[in-house]
Design a protein around this ligand. Structure first.
Ligand SMILES: [Zn+2]
Length: 288
């Protein structure tokens, strides 16, 4: 049994299953203690699976998402903690409407940081994961997730900050998830073509310059986790209201993914231990 601990900070239930999920499943399988912290309840998520767009689902979305999250965590073999903030929703329109009162993105950073620092000091992770400064995509909760995670990384080890939130703990490393890679998409799309199939990524690739790939610019760390891709997909499907099983996420055959792109990618954002880049282990350089 390892004495290492990994904390993955995510904005909404289902984010943990689409960003770095196979990596978490691998570390959990290898005996690392893994905790997902979900900042909001996902109350403002739309029902994205037509098969779940049912009268008995509407009005109960909060409760249903709690059950979905519990199932996904069980599939990944990780623990999960709700931080208890309220989903800000994705403001759509031009200009976008104001954010709803009391939502996570409007909570003062000091307050949400203290809540996360409390969990960090209690769980004592060696490594944290979160999103980059753009949030991975421009949802206000994802951008806030970055801000809160980085503030908590800095504050958790400082005894002068949030003295009522537990004993100080220095997290050794913090990473950004980088799952959305042009090169991966291209390689899979080429495999569809090789097999005389159309492939789901043509439109994406058309509008995405080959030299504008985060993989080339930011990724420092690739984690081999092909063995856990099925667990990742099963966990994502457990979020039944949020994921259409017919979506393009699931159209690439598993064998191609495992053979052609067996890793998940991360960017080392901060470290308190000496590192040598690139790496193939989130815990490289960390002493339990
Ligand atoms: Zn999200």
């Amino acid at each position: 049994m390892s004495e290492l601990r990994l904390m993955a900070v995510h904005a909404h239930p289902d984010d943990e299953s689409s960003k770095g999920a196979a990596t978490m499943a691998r570390y959990a399988d290898e005996g690392v203690e893994v905790l997902v912290v979900t900042l909001t309840g996902g109350e403002r998520g739309d029902i994205l699976n037509p098969a779940m767009d049912l009268p008995e689902v509407h009005g109960r979305i909060h409760e249903i998402r709690i059950d979905e999250m519990a199932r996904a965590a069980e599939i990944l073999g990780v623990r999960q903690h709700w931080l208890g903030f309220v989903d800000s929703g994705l403001p759509e329109g031009d200009p976008p409407p104001p954010l709803p009162e009391g939502c996570f993105a409007l909570v003062p950073l000091e307050e949400s940081t203290e809540a996360l620092v409390r969990v960090v000091r209690d769980f004592k992770p060696h490594v944290m994961t979160t999103y980059d400064e753009n949030g991975g995509y421009p949802h206000p909760d994802h951008i806030r997730c970055h801000q809160v995670s980085m503030a908590a990384y800095e504050a958790a080890g400082d005894y002068r900050l949030f003295p009522d939130a537990g004993e100080p703990w220095n997290v050794s490393k913090v990473y950004y998830n980088h799952g959305f890679l042009r090169q991966r998409m291209q390689i899979l799309q080429d495999e569809f073509a090789k097999n005389g199939q159309e492939g789901p990524f043509a439109k994406w690739l058309e509008n995405w310059a080959a030299d504008d790939d985060v993989l080339l610019k930011r990724v420092t760390t690739k984690i081999e986790c092909a063995k856990y891709f099925q667990q990742r997909d099963d966990a994502l499907l457990a979020h039944a209201t949020q994921i259409d099983p017919k979506s393009f996420f699931f159209t690439t055959p598993m064998e191609w993914q495992q053979r052609l792109w067996p890793t998940e990618e991360f960017e080392l954002a901060r470290s308190r231990v000496p590192v040598t880049l690139p790496e193939d282990d989130l815990f490289a350089g960390v002493q339990p």
